[in-house]
Design a protein around this ligand. Sequence first.
Ligand code: C2E
Ligand code: MG
Ligand code: MG
Length: 658
Amino acid sequence: MSGLKTIKQFFAVPDDPNLVQAQARAFTRQVPLMYGILLVNSLALAATHDSAPDLLRLYIPGLLTLICVLRIMFWLRTRNQATSDAKARRMLSSTVYISAVLGVGFSTWALSLYRYGGPFQQSHIAFYMGITSIGCVFCLMHLRAAATLVALCVVIPFTAFFVVTGNPVFGALALNLILVVGGLMSILFGNYRDFAELIASRSEMERKQRQTQSLSDENDRLANVDSMTGLPNRRWFDRHLEAALALAEAEGRQIAVARLDLDSFKSVNDIFGQITGDRVLVEVAQRINALRRPSTMVARLGNDNFALILVEMTTEAALQSCGDVLTAAMRPSFDTKLGIVHLSASAGFAASKPGDTADTLYDRADYVTWVAKREARGRAMVFSECHAAELSRVRRMEHALRTADLDSEIHIVFQPQFDVALNRISGYEVLARWRSPLLGDVSPVDFIPMAERMGMISKITQTVLGKALTVSAKLPRSLRLSVNLSAHDLASTTTIEAIVALVGKFGKPCRIDFEINETAVMRDLEQASDGLIALLALGSRIALDDFGTGHSSLTHVQKLPLDRIKVDRSFVKEVITDPTSRAIVKTTVDLCRNLGISCVFEGIETEEQLDVLLGLGGTVMQGYLFGRPMSEEAMFEQLSTQHKGWHFQRSQMFGAAS
Ligand code: C2E
Ligand code: MG
Ligand code: MG
């Protein structure tokens, strides 16, 4: 039973679809060749037997020729065509059967010609059968079953027939054929095994390759997707922006890039925690996605920054209205498990220009987003010509700052702070000035935020502090200098450590105070407290600068180790005309009194302002009325004047705020 099964299996078409396909492919080239050999050889045999009856000489060869030609055409037609596994299998199965039938048919026909010829013709028959069978077996080598059947269907009748003739030469020929075909078959079996193994290993290799490819596709997908929101990420955005720009350029079209930044998103994380923050970001992504056109691409660049590539809308009006829709979509509250979150987003749009690169286009969108954040928080702005001039100025400034020799280009000026209770100047605020050899004088209002953006603020702070420390050593002991710190300084432990080390170098007592603004405090209350404690340990005092302009709550103020609050000059400016400003100033003075800290007023320019502030209980005053920011020499000059009996007599002391 198992022997039968083995034989059946031997003559069956293999199971492996890859092997079947490879065999079918090989056959499309080899089988037509086999039929060609068979046909030519058979016609030659028919031609040498002109004394045979027409049936054997004409009709049977004619029929066999027809079969051969049809088979040649069949195989030639399938050449270079994709064939299904099932069809390839059917083609091979039919080849196995047809090989057996044709083997028997041609052998019977050839042997039936034997008695119609002389010794030469008979030898031709033996030669024809032997050589043709070898040729056919060779052509069928890729399908073991077909090759074996052809060999058997020729060699068996050949041997039986010629042995029966009793002719020893033919007997020897039969023996030769058995040996040659036997040897040939054993080589063919070996080759067939190698062929099957080759195909199997190639299939395995292809499978592994496909697996590797799908893994790399998956990696590629993951590398291009922001896993939290499911939106494409920065990498994807960069690649697609370049491609979209190149295509638009080739087609003479424009595209636009938009940046959308959430305003004060950090406070969402601080108040509600990271998980809620993440949920809000996911919903932000959904809101943007729901509004975008199918051709618009959206990506999350990181944190609370999103970007869009718009290929349809590029006019200023269309971009502005798109921006208005997007920013409006961020205003409805986000309902989270921990509470309701209110957000706003600022957006910047820029349309491409001929010759743009992805970087220059993105740079414009980035810049106008930054402008929107400063000047139109919660709204969208489109990059226009006036931004272009400003942007190139900013980039020139950035370049100059990046290459600046801070020590020689940054200098400090001093603005007096007058203590009403002591009736004398109690200290000076240190203000940075940058004189660039390329740009001339640049205001700190421009270069400080720029240095913050460029990550250079810590260097500037240290330069200013170093210079202030040198001056403080020369000042009378009763005077203190206030150095401004940026929010970034307070957020960086490295910077705080550097400040502590720098102050430490100058020895005690430290007569430097620090001014921090509300943004610094709000960014990370805990981190800010740690930084402040380190500064307090130096013997410094801390002032909260520009009070009233940021978002700090009174609870935060209470929690921080502050020594003074500096009321922003915007309130001072309106203290005469605006009752609300007056009320705010009064509340702040009361707050300071309750907290036991001093209150400093900034930006006092007129005597009227001073009168009102004194009436409200102000103690320390700063502003042009008391002195503009001045050089070190001017400061010492002012101090020496004060020394020589300088008292709080307004008319003598303070000139007009010129
Ligand atoms: P600030 O710390 O609030 O400094 C006070 C600013 O108000 C100074 O402007 C000063 O010149 C100006 N000011 C003082 N009195 C009056 C007045 O009566 N009227 C008017 N209109 N203005 C007055 P400045 O020097 O241009 O500095 C602007 C801002 O730049 C500073 O505001 C501070 O935030 C920042 N800054 C300046 N120097 C430094 C520094 O060394 N480090 C850091 N981080 N920021 C600095
Ligand atoms: Mg200040
Ligand atoms: Mg201030």
